[in-house]
Ligand binder design. Structure first.
Ligand code: PXP
Length: 247
């Protein structure tokens, strides 16, 4: 099976830094450690309200990284201009609401197809791989494909929430949906990624989907780093992914 890439999301290193308004802990230092621990890429979400990652962080990441940067952003003119200035390896479009604590759902592509097609064209022309964060929903996948996205990232939040709340039937239904939609998207020629809410307990079944090429994981790894350090936390995630992949 093809290698499953691990993208480490460092947003919440910036959350801790921003709690005190200084420059410690530095998310770029975390990104470099993640590289050393075997991350295949680094993901960072520049939110409209700059609640964690800042413009300066993005600039420094572009300078410092030797692995690809996956730049998560809302589909706004401001973010498009920033992406076009930095030309990251990948741009992942995510929905964004100020009042939400995290990215709660996937992007509504089907109802905004025309605008999004025009929005992503210059990003593709600039050489960025365009990824769209969506629910495991056939309508959204078809729309993402039509507008010219090269990658979709399936939202694993519903699956992970069902697991952590002990709703195991719902969890299994979500997992089946993720599997079916990974196959469907792969069949259309899209590269399939997945992420949101993944932990040591929930990663294996998703890592085992042969159509999935990349997982993006952040909050759990930054939390786990408090207890065992960032590098060991990432290495353990890598091990679980590899184990699931080889079964
Ligand atoms: N993928 C996307 C598109 C996201 O927006 C996020 C959260 O920022 C993640 C993956 C990582 O989610 P988590 O931090 O819950 O691991």
């Amino acid at each position: 099976m093809e290698h499953l890439r691990l993208g480490v999301n460092i947003d919440h290193v910036a959350t801790v830094r921003n709690a005190r308004g200084g420059d410690y802990p530095d998310p770029i230092r975390a990104a470099k450690l993640a590289e050393e621990a075997g991350a295949d890429g680094i993901t960072a979400h520049l939110r409209e309200d700059r609640r964690h990652i800042t413009d300066d962080d993005i600039e420094r990441l572009v300078e410092a990284l030797t692995v690809p940067l996956n730049f998560e952003m809302a589909a706004t003119d401001e973010m498009q201009a920033i992406a076009l200035r930095h030309r990251p390896h990948a741009v992942c479009l995510v929905p964004e609401k100020r009042e939400e604590r995290t990215t709660e759902g996937g992007l509504e592509v089907a109802q905004d197809e025309n605008r999004l097609a025009h929005f992503i064209a210059p990003l593709r022309d600039a050489g960025c791989r365009v990824s769209i964060f969506i629910a495991a929903d056939q309508r959204q996948i078809e729309a993402a494909n039509r507008i010219g996205a090269q990658v979709i990232e399936l939202h694993t939040g519903a699956y992970c929430d069902a697991h952590s709340e002990g709703r195991f039937d719902a969890r299994d239904t979500e997992l089946e949906r993720l599997q079916d939609m990974s196959r469907f998207a792969h069949g259309l020629g899209l590269e399939v990624h997945a992420g949101h809410g993944l932990t040591y307990e929930t990663v294996a079944p998703v890592a085992a989907f042969r159509e999935v090429r990349e997982l993006n994981i952040g909050h759990f790894l930054v939390g786990e780093a408090i207890f065992r350090g960032l590098e060991p936390s990432i290495k353990e995630m890598r091990r679980l992914m590899d184990e699931a992949r080889s079964d």
